[in-house]
Design a protein around this ligand. Structure first.
Ligand SMILES: NC(=O)c1ccc[n+]([C@@H]2O[C@H](COP(=O)([O-])OP(=O)(O)OC[C@H]3O[C@@H](n4cnc5c(N)ncnc54)[C@H](OP(=O)(O)O)[C@@H]3O)[C@@H](O)[C@H]2O)c1
Length: 246
């Protein structure tokens, strides 16, 4: 009998991460709610359990190697296999509109610590558990703002949006998608980037056009891809899961 698919979503105590976990739970996954403050993850997992979902909290701070190592031990103590990893935890540190030369090195490093190094280390450290899955799916939550093509296209909605540390970190995250997908190409594992579009979360603000449910949709689709689904690609939410230009 096939086992319940196990999914870890980072930054799942609120926003898009919580909604991705909820949707995966509704689809029958056992969900590990990653959160850097354990009590927030415990509360989020309890809310999902009330909805009948097998949800468990795991402390994981993407910017803390010891926390990541401990999270691997916590998950491995409960399940033998990890089927889905959603690298959702993300931060936007600089003020909107800050020009590249005004971004501080501290802001750039803090952004990369979570959005790039964190995602890398989490994927790296969970690779052995993912390798035990017959159909591992990794989803890196990127952004339209992480498309070099759109950044340089005056016709694009991204052109006028400026958040250099955030943008550079999401471009780097997309590189991880391509590189890990190539490493895993002869295995069942698939690695893709998802842009949620501009969504109404604490990060996106109340004026964003998309709900969290709409923003979560592409990530959930990529987390549940069939064996003949794509790998090593970047998908947009705002264009009905269409391929996004890198
Ligand atoms: N909302 C949008 O319009 C939009 C658009 C494009 C891409 N995205 C991406 O979507 C993802 C989720 O964003 P969101 O809109 O849901 O943002 P959010 O509401 O601000 O939530 C961010 C989540 O990430 C967590 N987080 C931040 N730094 C972390 C770290 N070092 N370790 C672990 N968790 C950390 C936060 O935890 P705490 O509660 O502890 O702070 C929170 O759970 C991010 O990667 C973001 O870049 C969002």
């Amino acid at each position: 009998m096939p086992h319940l698919r196990n999914a870890l979503i980072t930054g799942a105590n609120r926003g898009l991460g919580f909604e991705i976990a909820r949707q995966l739970g509704v689809l029958g996954h056992r969900v590990f709610i990653g959160s850097r403050q354990l009590e927030l993850g415990v509360a989020a997992a309890a809310a999902l359990r009330e909805a009948g979902i097998d949800a468990r909290a795991v402390q994981i701070d993407a910017a803390d190697s010891a926390s990541i190592a401990a999270a691997v031990r916590t998950v491995a103590a409960q399940v033998e296999v990890l089927d889905v990893l959603v690298n959702n935890a993300g931060t936007f540190v600089e003020a909107w509109g800050t020009q590249p030369s005004a971004v501080t090195v501290q802001e750039m490093r803090a952004t990369f610590d979570t959005n790039f190094f964190g995602a890398f280390e989490i994927l790296r450290e969970f690779t052995p558990l993912l390798a035990r899955s017959q159909a591992a799916r990794v989803v890196n939550i990127s952004s339209d703002m992480g498309s070099l093509t759109h950044i340089n296209n005056p016709e694009s909605h991204v052109y006028a949006v400026v958040g250099p540390a955030y943008q550079a970190s999401k471009i780097a995250l997309n590189a991880l998608t391509a590189l890990f997908a190539k490493q895993f190409k002869d295995s069942p594992a698939k690695v893709n980037s998802a842009s949620p579009g501009w969504c109404r979360t604490d990060m996106g603000g109340e004026g964003a056009p998309l709900s969290v449910a709409e923003g979560a949709d592409t990530a959930v689709w990529l987390a549940t891809l069939p064996d003949d689904g794509p790998s090593g690609q970047f998908f947009s939410a705002t264009r009905q899961r269409g391929t996004m230009e890198w």
